[in-house]
Design a binder for this molecule. Structure first.
Ligand SMILES: Nc1ncnc2c1ncn2[C@@H]1O[C@H](COP(=O)(O)OP(=O)(O)OP(=O)(O)O)[C@@H](O)[C@H]1O
Ligand SMILES: [Mg+2]
Length: 235
């Protein structure tokens, strides 16, 4: 095997995602807003990466690009040696479903489904038979074993956030993406959710990309970056 191919394969194993020269803008001409201005970021396998920075600096925009929910206007999103940003929508959706788990800034649970149903839903979307035991296991791990049959409206904000975390882990994603996972929680619940999140990430051998204003949470990550007006740099 050629040395360069071997090197490429080794890199694909040690790196979950590589973002190079990512730019994102809205509008055009005088109204053009440059939100991301040539961002480079490598997410190593099994590592957690935090992004901190002021409101409006482009953190969520970058997270949506990394989570394959949005496409960059320029730059590459390399997963498994392939530029995912250039694939068609169906192929991107398949890769997203198989490799990314998302915890949103506002948890986005489906109101008409119970906690347990919300957790195993990603599996059914991926066309797999829902693994009820795994879903129940995650709900127990986040301390909600007694709440499986409850609907979102019957749970507190922190409980709903914990359901959202269990849901994001359900498909064994290689990469967990979280946007302010503790943003709407009181400090005590935030600590609990953070400990639980890191316990689950380590157990499952996942990588994580976490946007946060919570410095305790950022401090627990292996790498911390700061976003400033669309530029990303090591903090
Ligand atoms: N569809 C859009 N059209 C125009 N501008 C947009 C659009 N979406 C986002 N922006 C702008 O991009 C900038 C970055 O937004 P983003 O949501 O990434 O910020 P953020 O760093 O996550 O902020 P916060 O900490 O408040 O969540 C903001 O100035 C926002 O107004
Ligand atoms: Mg944001």
């Amino acid at each position: 095997m050629a040395k360069s191919v071997k090197k490429g394969m080794a890199k694909a194993d040690s790196v979950v995602m590589e973002l190079t020269g990512i730019s994102r803008w809205y509008g055009e001409g005088a109204a053009k807003v440059d939100v991301l201005k040539g961002v480079n970021l490598t997410i190593p396998t099994g590592k957690s990466v935090a992004i901190v920075g002021p409101s409006g600096s482009g953190k969520s925009t970058l997270l949506h690009v990394a989570g394959l929910l949005d496409r960059p206007d320029a730059g590459e999103v390399i997963v498994g040696g392939m530029d995912v940003a250039k694939l068609n929508d169906d192929n991107v959706a398949a890769i997203r479903n198989a490799s990314c788990g998302f915890v949103y800034q506002f948890h986005h649970l489906l109101r008409e489904f119970t906690a347990l149903e919300n957790v195993f839903l990603p599996m059914t979307i991926g066309g797999k038979k829902p693994d009820l035991a795994r879903a129940e296991g995650f709900l127990k791990a986040v301390g909600l074993g007694h709440r499986m049959g409850h609907y979102p409206s019957q749970m507190s904000g922190g409980e709903q956030q914990r359901v959202a975390i269990a849901r994001a882990l359900m498909n064994k994603p290689r990469l967990l993406l979280a946007d302010e996972p503790t943003g709407n929680l009181d400090p005590h619940t935030a600590d609990e959710v953070v400990d639980m999140l890191f316990g689950l990430i380590k157990n499952e051998g996942m990588s994580a990309l976490i946007v946060t204003h919570n410095m305790d949470l950022a401090g627990k990550c292996d790498l911390v970056y700061r976003m400033d007006e669309g530029h990303l740099a090591k903090a």
